[in-house]
Design a protein around this ligand. Structure first.
Ligand code: NAD
Length: 244
C-alpha cells in the first residue's frame, strides 16, 4: 500500500508509454504501475525496473480483453490500495489502403486501441468514482483528427478515442474525474521505425519544426495533463506544426 498517487500506464514498456511512465515515476508524489502486454520474466522485469528512478510495479495483460483489464485494475488496487491515474497508451497499427484492408485487421486495431481504452477506463473509473477523484489521459493521434492514407483502422480508432475522451470527461466531471487526450503527430518509436528512410525524410520536410517528436515530447504533455486540475475533455495536438 502507498499514500502516493497511483498511476497505471498501459503499454508502458517502451516508446511513449515508457517515457510517460518514467517521467511520472520521477515525481516522488507518484507511484507508477506499468502494464506489459505479455509476461516479461524475472530478468526483463528487473531490466525494466532499472530504467526508473523510483520503484514501480508491473501488471501483465492484454487491454483488449475485458477480463485482463478488470484483473489488472484489481491487481493495482489490491497491491497499492487505489488507482488515481490512468494513461491509455497501448496501441497498434496494421496499415493498408482501405480497399485492401481486411475486416479482421480493421477490427483488431479497433479492439486494441479503442475497446482496450474503454475496458481500462470502465474498471478504473469505478474505483475513481467512489473516491470522487481521478485522472485519465488517452493517446489519440493526428490521424484521428485528420485521417491518414493507409490508416482507415488506426484513424477510426483514434477518432473514437476522442469521443470516448469527451464522454468520459462529461460523465466523470460529476465525480471529480478528468479525462483528456493527446494527439501526437510523427513520433520516433517502434511504431514509426517501420517507415522507410525516404518516407521519414518526406515527413520531416512537411513538419514545420523539421523533426519527428520524441517519446519525451509526448510524455511531457501527459505529465502536464496528469498534474493540471482544471482541464477536461480536451485534445492537445503535439505534431511539430504538421497540421497547422
Ligand atoms: N509513434 C507515433 O508516431 C504515434 C503518433 C500518434 C499516436 N501514437 C500512439 O501512442 C501510443 C504509443 O505508441 P508508441 O509510438 O510508443 O508505439 P510502440 O509500438 O513503441 O508501443 C506500443 C505499446 O503498446 C503495447 N501494446 C500493444 N497492444 C497491446 C495490448 N493489447 N495490451 C497491452 N499493451 C499493448 C505494446 O506492447 C507497446 O508497449 C499508441 O497508442 C500510439 O497509437 C503514436
Amino acid at each position: 500500500m502507498t499514500d502516493k498517487r497511483v498511476i497505471l500506464v498501459t503499454g508502458g514498456t517502451k516508446g511513449i508509454g515508457l517515457a510517460a511512465a518514467q517521467l511520472l515515476a520521477a515525481d516522488p508524489a507518484n507511484f507508477v504501475v506499468v502494464n506489459a502486454h505479455r509476461a516479461l520474466g524475472a530478468d526483463k522485469t528487473a531490466e525494466l525496473k532499472q530504467q526508473f528512478a523510483n520503484d514501480i510495479d508491473v501488471v501483465i495483460g492484454d487491454v483488449a480483453k475485458e477480463e485482463d483489464a478488470k484483473r489488472m485494475v484489481d491487481e493495482v488496487v489490491d497491491r497499492h490500495g487505489t488507482i488515481d491515474g490512468l494513461v491509455n497508451n497501448a496501441g497498434i497499427t496494421q496499415d493498408k489502403l482501405l480497399t485492401r484492408m481486411g475486416t479482421d485487421s480493421f477490427e483488431a486495431v479497433l479492439k486494441t486501441n479503442l475497446v482496450g481504452a474503454f475496458n481500462m477506463t470502465k474498471f478504473a473509473m469505478k474505483i475513481m468514482q467512489k473516491k470522487r477523484s481521478g485522472n485519465i489521459v488517452n493517446l489519440s493521434s493526428i490521424a484521428g483528427l485528420h485521417g491518414n492514407i493507409g490508416q482507415a483502422n488506426y484513424s477510426a480508432s483514434k477518432a473514437g478515442l476522442i469521443g470516448l475522451t469527451k464522454t468520459t470527461a462529461q460523465e466523470g466531471a460529476l465525480r471529480g474525474i478528468r479525462c483528456n487526450a493527446v494527439a501526437p503527430g510523427m513520433v520516433k518509436s517502434d511504431m514509426t521505425a517501420k517507415l522507410s528512410d525516404r518516407n521519414i525524410e518526406k515527413w520531416e520536410k512537411q513538419i514545420p519544426l523539421g523533426r519527428f517528436g520524441t517519446p519525451e515530447d509526448i510524455a511531457d504533455a501527459i505529465k502536464f495533463l496528469m498534474n493540471n486540475s482544471y482541464i477536461t475533455g480536451q485534445v492537445i495536438t503535439l505534431d511539430g506544426g504538421l497540421t497547422i
